[in-house]
Ligand binder design. Structure first.
Ligand code: GLC
Ligand code: CA
Length: 556
């Protein structure tokens, strides 16, 4: 059996600092705002907080373009504010994960500014520079936020690689000095007392030898396939662990687009000493457009059988071998209840709770994204001007205007469905002005439904999504079987109900969730003596599952 570690026993809460709580009324969330809300997180039962990047950044990609890893973005506060926040988190008995973005920096980082000046200076080899080929880009790779993955710099008469925006140049991990610089950044934060890292796109750091062209029509997807899980990734992660992480008691999560359970076992295997767990993308990549040129932009609902296949597969493969992270949404994904449940006011609360049951009773470490515990929804924007995220805006310009692949009105529907901006509207604290996020106009629009959906209202209502999540978290803390039990899938072909069992030390938990707005009947052999652990309806009708009904029983 696995030796339990705190990373396996924890529930993590993700904070998008810009949109969480503004404390000084400039419209932007900040560190002191987070500090004010710690009692709220404690009440929910959270063990660990993960902060999206708070370092100095020109914010072209909202902090994922870092200009100084050892300073706080002034909009969020100062290093002293950070120290106070960390102390307060620890005093509340919680831990803190920082976001480590080291596949790339900002083009405003000193390393890059120097690197771009000439081919021979101390930083010349910190990034991935290549000569032009026949006067053009060195290869056909495409960047995640549109266009070529290469940008030309006159001073060096060379191109640099950026898998994301041009303002996000990729670091050259082949250079041992770059690796030492990254390790020093890690030590800086760990020595302050932070409890671990969420590592941004960490499976992209080792580029394939020779940077070969992608075959056929180049797309972002194919570029990432060629780059992900490069031949030196294990070596780099092991070195990081040997030299830094193993000297601290930390939790690490690697964001790994495109990774399979086999990859995850390599990197996070309980014996492998690289990372504790990965964020995999299978279940959040389920409804790509059938026209691959349109990539993730689509408005089709997800089929439950596919969702089950994706999640069950990870549950089964990693059992006893590695450890899962469990998440429905984050700052890069639409809101869970809108995407996987139903955000119609008639069903929203029920569906949000149903999703909570489905995910929180699996094996792994659950991550709750700010507002998910309130059942916050997509914002349902209808105009391009309402978007802020470079991914959405660039995609609209490229697919509608430059390439003419899709009608503007259709693309707006796609954006409303899957844009990252759905996750980035301010946290809904109360029915007061600007949802209690700020006294002044927030940096980004508040979802107009904040009058109905907000923390103050939910804290005053013991049937709210908030208290339901509180109960789910408490159950996990109380029951070893929820944390470590083996997962057994039930009826994978059932397109209406998500059911599974967990087994541990002679006990069993049965979980069943109706993903539809109809009543259905399912007989899983429940008896009078089986204990109902949790349900999102007040009465139990046995084999009948009402719209979005979810419940779990303990068989002892
Ligand atoms: C990750 C982040 C995302 C960011 C990208 C580039 O996927 O979660 O927000 O845009 O990496 O850093
Ligand atoms: Ca502020």
């Amino acid at each position: 059996m696995i030796n339990s570690k705190w990373f396996q026993d924890s529930v993590v809460y993700q904070i998008y600092p810009m949109s969480f709580q503004d404390s000084n009324n400039d419209g932007i969330g900040d560190l002191n705002g987070i500090a004010q809300r710690l009692p709220y997180l404690k009440k929910l039962g959270i063990d660990v907080i993960w902060l999206n990047p708070i370092y100095k950044s020109p914010n072209k990609d909202n902090g994922y373009d870092i200009a100084d890893y050892q300073n706080i973005n002034p909009e969020y506060g100062t290093l002293a504010d950070f120290d106070n926040l960390l102390k307060a988190i620890h005093q509340h008995g919680m831990k803190l994960l920082m976001d480590l973005v080291v596949n790339h920096t900002s083009d405003q980082h000193d390393w890059f500014k120097k690197s771009a000046q000439s081919r021979n200076n101390e930083y010349a080899d910190y990034y991935i520079w290549r000569d032009p080929v026949a006067g053009r880009e060195p290869n056909n790779w495409r960047a995640a936020f549109g266009g070529s993955a290469w940008t030309y710099v006159h001073e060096r008469d060379q191109y640099y690689l950026h898998l994301f925006a041009p303002g996000q140049p990729d670091l050259n991990w082949e250079n041992p000095t770059v690796r030492q610089s990254v390790f020093n950044i890690e030590r800086f934060w760990l020595d302050k007392g932070v409890d671990g890292f969420r590592m941004d796109v960490i499976n992209l750091i080792s580029k394939p030898a020779g940077l070969p062209n992608v075959q056929g029509t180049p797309t972002v997807g194919k570029t990432f396939e060629i780059v992900a899980d490069g031949h030196r990734l294990n070596e780099f992660l092991k070195q990081m662990n040997d030299e830094v992480l193993s000297h601290y008691d930390v939790m690490t999560v690697g964001e790994m687009p495109g990774s399979t359970p086999e990859d995850a076992i390599k990197y996070t295997g309980l014996q492998s000493h690289e990372l504790n767990m990965v964020f995999q993308f299978e279940h959040v990549s389920l409804s790509p457009n059938p026209d691959t040129r349109l990539d993730k932009w689509n408005d089709k609902p997800i089929k439950l059988v596919e969702l089950k296949r994706a999640l069950n597969h990870w549950q089964k493969e990693l059992d006893g071998q590695g450890w899962n992270s469990l998440y429905w949404n984050n700052h890069d994904q639409p809101r869970a209840v809108s995407r996987f449940g139903n955000d119609d006011p008639q069903y929203r609360v029920r569906a949000a709770k149903m999703l909570g049951v489905t995910l929180h009773l699996m094996q792994g470490t659950p991550f709750v994204f700010e507002g998910e515990e309130l059942g916050m929804t997509n914002v349902h924007f209808t105009k391009l001007e309402q978007y802020e995220d470079l991914e959405s805006i660039n995609a609209y310009h490229e697919l509608v205007e430059e390439k003419g692949l899709v009608e503007g009105s259709t693309m707006l529907k796609y954006l409303a469905n899957v844009s990252r901006d759905n996750a980035r509207t301010p946290m809904q604290w109360s029915a007061k002005v600007n949802a209690g996020f700020s006294q002044v106009k927030p940096w980004y629009a508040v979802n107009p439904n904040y009058q109905e959906i907000n923390a103050a209202a939910e804290l005053a209502d013991n049937t709210s999504v908030f208290y339901f999540y509180q109960k789910l978290i408490q159950l996990r803390h109380d029951h070893e079987i929820i944390r470590y039990g083996t997962f057994v899938e039930l009826d994978p072909q059932d397109n209406e109900v998500y059911a599974y069992k967990r087994n541990y030390k002679g006990k069993t938990i049965l979980v069943m969730s109706n993903f539809t707005d109809k009543s259905v009947n399912r007989d899983y052999g429940i008896k009078q003596e089986n204990k109902l652990l949790i349900s999102n309806y007040t009465d139990d009708q046995g084999t009948k599952l009402r719209p979005y009904e979810a419940k779990a029983y303990l068989f002892e």
